[in-house]
Ligand binder design. Sequence first.
Ligand code: ADP
Length: 265
Amino acid sequence: VTYRVTISPVAGEGQAGALCAFEDITEQEQMGQIRRDFVANVSHELRTPLTALLGFIETLQGAARDDPAARGRFLGIMAREAERMNRLVRDLLSLSRVESEERVRPTERIDIVALIGMAVTALRPVADAAGVVIEVEGEEGPLVIPADPDQLTQVFHNLIENAVKYGAPGKLVTVSITRQLRDQARLGPSVAIAVTDRGEGIDPIHLPRLTERFYRVDSHRSREKGGTGLGLAIVKHIVNRHRGRFRIDSDLGRGSTFTVVLPEG
Ligand code: ADP
């Protein structure tokens, strides 16, 4: 707990004293700290690829100038680093857009089953390359709910892409769509979409922090797989905007299930 203490002198009929005020500023302090950590994280995440790019530019201008093989290899690495910066900036923009719209309830009406079908189709090539099969089960639709289609597409893209990335090759990723009359969290009629992988799972100690920006279980692995560490933070904000629920269950060594519950009206 942090207090701000203000002492001000008070003078009255022949007496002098002081007024001492205590103000609880714990929350302000925490918000300030979160903001400072975020800026430090963003700077660090941008600086890593930038340092690599500057290093390779210097090498290409000097030692590797007349070495076509090295030039080709270095340009390949530079392209990957630049793509990484691009993904990071794209995710930062998404996050800030979603945060600024969080209080505005989406009004468009969309068929959630069709939207999920399209997200799965878009990710099939990535899944094929990783040797993972994606299956969709449950409701056949159309199942119309109020939503922001671009944002929900991003939710399911992030969850299914993670399931493919962190899932086990040769194993299934299942997306199941279920209608429910009443959710445990007292939502009315809603639709639950669960994305399950059969990967290595997540240690329970990480679960509460997984939706924090830049929180990763294994930073090296995430970066290697092109992750920015912002995907689940974006998911959480979009689901909040839709007045939905988001939960993560995981069984270490067996796999994980990420469930989004969205109200039907
Ligand atoms: P990233 O871009 O690193 O994937 P996310 O915000 O999408 O960032 O996820 C945060 C972290 O949660 C990941 O770095 C990874 O450690 C963990 N994670 C996410 N999805 C899964 C999954 N399906 N299985 C295991 N770990 C996961």
